[in-house]
Ligand binder design. Structure first.
Ligand SMILES: Cc1ncc(COP(=O)(O)O)c(C=O)c1O
Length: 437
């Protein structure tokens, strides 16, 4: 498809330096197939971050395009309130089979941010129907990212995302983040740091455990720069939650669907959540879709609390379980299954991490973290924090590799269909750029 982009003025771009992008350095992608994008100037860029952690099966998969096309021709929209269509039930069955333990019920949203808002509201309602409406507090974590809506940025702990918008929702406290100087250059889970989970215990001591509705964390903090939980950390959070009746929400928007070495990070780390949020790879990134998985206990408490013909949860989106998104989701899940892509991710992860940790030789690289098919390395700041990161983002793009930059951390998360040669191409290009710093 060809679209004219001769006037960039009217689109206010998200999380973008708009003036610089439009005036100095527009980066427009006009084609993305498999692992390779092509830019408006015709140069090739290998995708080292699965779009934005979205596309483990690679871009422009024909099976997904065909399924969406067929669905849109049959029925392009259907009201999701008090009505349904078969594809959403089929997709839920498939997703429930992947989800950990008794997380068997799936509520659809259009993004990860909406999934987080939905999860927080489910937590409040669950306690309310059980007569514990006093549980109004949430516990998040420094450097966490849970999207950009009000609940999400409030429980999140990325300073820039918060300080532009004042207070956020009330009643939120943050545990310390899990980065420790002594854990620099750890591959996989660090040995030390489980005790950082005791911050949750301290909040229970100070505020009363029975005032806290939920604790929300990313199993591996993704967007901020891949902070892998120390051994025992998530287990300890689970124990404290159990002690006080607090729900544990694992935000698996990045980790879900094979990224960390199992279906979900919950299984990879052997930790039982009460609620799981997901998005991104649910549809291989092809159509926007998010979802919340909840346990049998939560679903039945809430649905059985209301009289027979009453709506149980006053919440939902016009586009919840949109037919096109369900079709994309089903096609994506079929690809993952047929091509054994989660297994493939486990196999190629060793090579990916070898190449990632090889960057340790470079003096400008001050830390590296990674697990499964997710990793990050930090560049020594050059002047103000983030200046070198922004420069690296542009220079890597110009050199032909797409990454995601947060401050001076560079994130990498290749698609699971990547071969060793593709991973070499990604890291050779990255190395070529940072060798000059
Ligand atoms: C852990 C986590 N939660 C929530 C979100 C927000 O998702 P979205 O951008 O689809 O709203 C993200 C996005 O990267 C994420 O990584």
């Amino acid at each position: 498809m060809q679209y004219a982009a001769n006037d960039l003025r009217h689109h206010w771009m998200p999380f973008t330096a708009n003036r610089h992008f439009k005036n100095e350095n527009p980066r427009l992608l006009v084609e993305g197939k498999g692992l390779v994008f092509r830019s408006h100037t015709g140069h090739e860029i290998v995708d080292a971050v699965s779009g934005l952690f979205c596309s483990p099966a690679g871009h422009a998969r024909v099976e997904i395009a065909d399924a969406v096309h067929a669905q849109l021709k049959d029925m392009s929209y259907c009201q999701p309130f008090q009505h349904g269509h078969p594809a959403s039930f089929e997709l839920s069955r498939k997703v429930a089979r992947l989800l950990p333990g008794d997380i068997d019920y799936v509520f659809y949203t259009n993004s990860g941010s909406e999934a987080v808002e939905t999860a927080l509201k489910i937590a409040l309602l669950y306690h309310r129907v059980r007569g514990q409406g006093q549980r109004l507090r949430f516990v998040g974590r420094e450097r966490g990212y849970h999207g950009v809506n009000f609940g999400g940025f409030s429980v999140g702990g990325m300073v820039k995302n918060r300080d532009m918008f004042g207070l956020g929702i009330p009643g939120v406290v943050h545990m310390r983040h899990t980065w420790l100087e002594n854990n620099r250059f750890t591959r996989g889970q660090p040995e030390i740091g489980a005790e950082l989970a005791d911050d949750l215990q301290r909040f229970c001591d100070i505020h009363g455990g029975d005032t806290i509705a939920a604790c929300i964390v990313e199993p591996v903090a993704g967007s901020v720069g891949c902070y892998v939980p120390p051994k025992g950390y998530l287990e300890r959070l689970r124990e404290i939650c159990d002690r006080y009746g607090i729900l544990l929400i694992l935000d698996e928007v990045i980790c879900g669907f094979g990224r960390i070495g199992d279906n979900f990070a919950a299984q990879a780390f052997g930790v039982r959540p009460d609620i799981v949020t997901m998005a991104k790879a649910l549809t291989n990134g092809a159509i926007p879709m998010g979802a919340v998985g909840v346990s049998e206990a939560i679903y039945s408490e809430i649905t059985e609390a209301a009289p027979d013909t009453a709506i149980e949860f006053f919440h939902g989106y016009t586009y919840s379980a949109h037919p096109a998104a369900c079709a994309a989701g089903l096609a994506a899940q079929t690809i993952y299954e047929k091509e054994g892509l989660f297994e493939r991710a486990r196999e190629i992860s060793g090579y990916f991490l070898d190449r990632l940790f090889d960057l340790q030789r470079m003096a400008v690289v001050t830390d590296i973290r990674g697990i499964g098919m997710l990793g990050a390395f930090d560049l020594a700041p050059d002047g103000n924090p983030g200046v070198r990161g922004y420069r690296a983002l542009q220079e890597m793009y110009d050199a032909g590799v797409l990454t995601k930059v947060t401050g001076d951390s560079i994130l990498v998360a290749p698609a699971f269909v990547a071969a060793e040669a593709d991973i070499d191409r990604m890291f050779d290009t990255i190395q070529g750029v940072i060798a000059k710093y």
